[in-house]
Unconditional design. Structure first.
Length: 408
């Protein structure tokens, strides 16, 4: 009874604290992710108030948080959207991978962490934060801008790459051999291909089966189906997150919209718990030694993300101003970088990887909204100083107008 009371007190305090931190972040219009990570550091081993009874409960909540993050991501896209984006924008995805994954891999090798850590850190530096970027675009009034579809295309390609990348990382950190790892990847690709085929061919039938006019029944069926598929995927040595992502893709239309509305509060709750859980497993004393490499990596990959967005927007025929805005918007890293690093932390492959990933995400989740807002004006100011005042002129017909962002 005493243990149960302590669990309720601890977990209730965590949820209340997260709610207050979220309100604080919303008041000053920035992402709450760094505050959640800092809260985890405060409650973890070596922090101010280490948890006891509720840590295992928080771990289960964190796993549900990852599953819901990927489910909601899958609900954003239909299978046909994914296929068309892949055909139209795959060069941008390849440039994104080359410019942003390679620095992470090289950093791990230079630090002497080995090839497995290099693959993990490559993913940490590669994947942008869809949640943070979507919020920033809304806050800046840029949802209707011409560069926004380019930004979303890059994010979609990253999400697609996650379906292949996560099973590879899962197999590597588990220490399985080449043959077992190949089987795991083959299963993952086979399942992904099967689900995409079923979603394109039978998406309406699947959605009709899940559909319900009663929000309670819809919530229970979608949530139960997602957790079930995620569990089966994990049992097959495929990432549970990939299973949840594929369920989201298979659902479309009114079912996807209804599920998105119902599950958004749950996702936000358990995602916040996930960030706290990651912080719990990071000793605050281990962060200062990795701050220099984390800061250097953040500076380099902020520059490569800006270059990625600029190149992708230029390829799409967007104006110079829009290219800079696209690049600045892609800088933020967040939830998926932590998900990837969390796999390595759980497996214990490199003690310093978790602290470095925490510091890296903290830097870029704060820097990302700033680069989204100020990259374009700074680039134009620098162009004018160099005596090139026409760099900001839109490169398309005058009658085609671009939505002006806040502060433009």
């Amino acid at each position: 009874m005493h243990s149960s009371a302590v669990l309720l007190i601890e977990f209730g305090s965590i949820i209340l604290g997260l709610g207050l931190l979220g309100r604080f972040a919303a008041r000053f219009r920035f992402s709450p992710i760094p505050l959640y990570l800092l809260a985890g550091l405060a409650f973890g081993e070596g922090g101010l108030l280490p948890l006891g009874a509720s840590e295992e409960f928080v771990a289960i909540g964190a796993e549900i948080g990852v599953i819901l993050l990927l489910l909601m991501l899958g609900l954003e896209y239909t299978a046909s959207d994914l296929v068309s984006n892949l055909k139209a924008h795959y060069p941008s995805g390849l440039v994104d991978c080359a410019l942003n994954a390679v620095p992470g891999a090289l950093a791990a090798l230079l630090l002497g962490w080995g090839p497995v850590a290099a693959v993990v850190l490559a993913g940490v530096t590669w994947i942008s934060s869809s949640g943070v970027i979507a919020k920033v675009l809304g806050d800046l009034g840029r949802v209707g801008n011409r560069e926004t579809p380019v930004i979303l295309s890059v994010l979609v390609l990253e999400d697609l790459a996650m379906a292949v990348y996560l099973p590879i990382v899962t197999a590597l950190v588990a220490g399985v051999g080449l043959a077992a790892g190949s089987v795991t990847l083959a299963i993952a690709l086979g399942v992904a291909g099967l689900v995409l085929f079923a979603a394109v061919r039978y998406g309406r039938l699947i959605s009709r089966f899940v559909s319900s006019d009663d929000p309670e029944k819809l919530l229970l069926v979608v949530l139960g189906l997602t957790i079930l598929v995620a569990g089966v995927a994990q049992q097959l040595q495929v990432s549970a997150a990939v299973g949840a992502f594929l369920v989201g893709i298979a659902l479309s239309g009114e079912v996807a919209e209804g599920a998105h509305t119902l599950l958004s509060p749950l996702r936000d709750l358990f995602a916040a718990v996930f960030f706290v859980f990651f912080g719990l497993h990071t000793d605050p004393a281990s962060i200062p030694p990795v701050l220099p490499p984390a800061l250097a990596l953040a500076v380099v990959t902020a520059g490569t993300k800006i270059a990625t967005g600029y190149w992708a927007a230029r390829r799409a025929g967007v104006s110079v101003k829009g290219r800079w805005r696209a690049g600045g918007a892609l800088v933020a890293r967040g939830e998926f970088s932590i998900v990837i690093a969390g796999l390595a932390v759980t497996a214990g492959i490199e003690p310093s990887l978790g602290p470095l990933a925490t510091a890296y995400v903290l830097i870029l989740v704060v820097l990302g909204p700033l680069t989204a807002r100020y990259t374009e004006p700074l680039a134009l100011w620098w162009s004018r100083r160099r005596g090139d005042p026409d760099r900001g002129v839109p490169e398309r017909a005058p009658e085609v107008r671009e939505e002006t962002p806040v502060g433009d």
